[in-house]
Design a protein around this ligand. Structure first.
Ligand code: SF4
Ligand code: SF4
Length: 103
C-alpha cells in the first residue's frame, strides 16, 4: 500500500473521472473521508489557552469534525488537517479558553 499522499492522489483522480468510469459500487473504498482535509477550507483556527483550560472536554464533545483529541497531559489539542474552523468549540467552552484566530 502506498503512502497516504499517494492514496489521496489516487482517490482524487478517481473522483474526477467520468461517472461512467466509476466502479459499480458508490463506496469505492471505506474510510476515505480521512483523505479530505477539511482544514483546507479554514480561515480561522482555534487556539487553546492552556492556563484557562480545565480539561472538561466539552469542546471534544461538540466538535462536528471529531478533530479534537486528548493529549497525554489530560488537555486537548486539535488536528488542524481536519479542523474546518467552525468555531463551535470556542463557543461551547465554558471558560472561553479557546480563541478563534485568523490564519
Ligand atoms: S473550530 Fe470547529 S472543527 Fe475546528 S476544532 Fe473547533 S469545533 Fe472542531
Ligand atoms: S471546553 Fe474549554 S475548558 Fe473544556 S477542555 Fe475544551 S478548551 Fe478546555
Amino acid at each position: 500500500m502506498g503512502s497516504e499522499a499517494e492514496r489521496r492522489r489516487e482517490l482524487e483522480a478517481l473522483l474526477k473521472a467520468d461517472w461512467k468510469e466509476l466502479p459499480r459500487a458508490l463506496i469505492v473504498e471505506p474510510a476515505t473521508s480521512k483523505y479530505y482535509y477539511t482544514g483546507d477550507w479554514r480561515t480561522f483556527k482555534p487556539v487553546r489557552d492552556k492556563g484557562k483550560c480545565i480539561g472538561c472536554l466539552l469542546c471534544w464533545v461538540y466538535c462536528p469534525e471529531g478533530c479534537i483529541y486528548i493529549t497525554e497531559d489530560g488537555g486537548v489539542d486539535v488536528d488542524l488537517n481536519y479542523c474546518k474552523g467552525c468555531g463551535i468549540c470556542a463557543r461551547e467552552c465554558p471558560l472561553q479558553a479557546i480563541a478563534m484566530v485568523e490564519e
